[in-house]
Design a protein around this ligand. Sequence first.
Ligand SMILES: C[S@@+](CC[C@H](N)C(=O)[O-])C[C@H]1O[C@@H](n2cnc3c(N)ncnc32)[C@H](O)[C@@H]1O
Length: 376
Amino acid sequence: MSTAPASPSSSETPAETPAGTPAGTPDGTPSAPHGAAARRGPFRPGERVQLTDEKGRMNTITLTPGGAFHTHKGFLLHDALIGATEGTILENTSGQLYQALRPLLSDFVLSMPRGAAVVYPKDAGQIVTMADIYPGARVVEAGVGSGALSISLLRAVGDSGSLHSFERREEFADIARGNVETIFGGPHPAWQITLGDFQEQVLEQEEPGSVDRVVLDMLAPWECLDAVATVLSAGGVWISYVATVTQLSRTAEAIRADGRFTEPEAWESMVRGWHLEGLAVRPDHRMVAHTGFLITTRRLADGAVGFTPKRRPSKTGFSEEDLNAWTPQAVGERDVSDKRLRRVARDAASTIQRGALPPEEAQARRDAIADGGSVE
Ligand SMILES: C[S@@+](CC[C@H](N)C(=O)[O-])C[C@H]1O[C@@H](n2cnc3c(N)ncnc32)[C@H](O)[C@@H]1O
């Protein structure tokens, strides 16, 4: 689980889009579920737009006919943006300039409502590439948390793939659903969430050997090892994201001891921004130095015997003291109250681009996806 910087502040008024004003394709038809059409062309009512001022301060607004974006230095009418070309620069009532762009996935993820730490975009990129998530792949994921990683996985599997996400806390599932439907402009045809513990639910819901990729972001991925080995196809990739070296070590040793997997590989990534100003070109003074570690392995064919490392580590057993090092408190995970999560879930639901799909159509789409039907 990663830590992420504070969300950029957002100020907008009013937030609601009147019914019947779809944020759809340039010709006005509602966008496809994956949202590609809605990301092109002039700005439309119901869309989220990121305004950046000359000092680099960002605000995200939802375009509403008749609405206004207020700051202590004047206001900007939403109507001036509706129909404008993306990348337009506009002036508010007191001459402040704003650059208007659609938020990128990385902007959205860092500013969306969240109840738990999200997977940072740099790690989501690594996961998609190193776990070889491809269009059409059948992927299972747990836990869902705020849905940040689910968004990247859905982008990668596309409409023709499938992402089945498992989450043990209902409030997190609600937050994730709100965030996913906001960025894709409605329910995604490839996505399904199941409530409950991954290690139990996945065995009930997925056929043995039917899953191409397993992606875990949770405190104790080793508890899921048997379930992963059961549902993963031969040659399938399992990737886990963990925050501490103690979790990393226990996951690696569990994989080795099991024998049904290849030797695990682990790494971390660090991204350092650069300051660019004339000849003062240098690394930024500050950076996010640690988010998490990634560990991957692949499922061997049934009956194949895994290679045993030539030199076994001197200590692979785990004492009581070691086990205590993996409690949520010990790894720095804050306990989030149900009340707080319900509030964030309401925020996430209210940020869904209501203009993209009328609520009844969004519900019909969710039902069709849950029934395994196709969605236009
Ligand atoms: C850090 S969050 C995941 C964040 C998410 N990947 C994101 O990018 O927004 C960890 C989540 O795992 C869930 N979780 C932990 N163990 C689980 C299990 N065995 N099965 C299902 N969900 C689990 C927790 O409830 C929590 O929501």
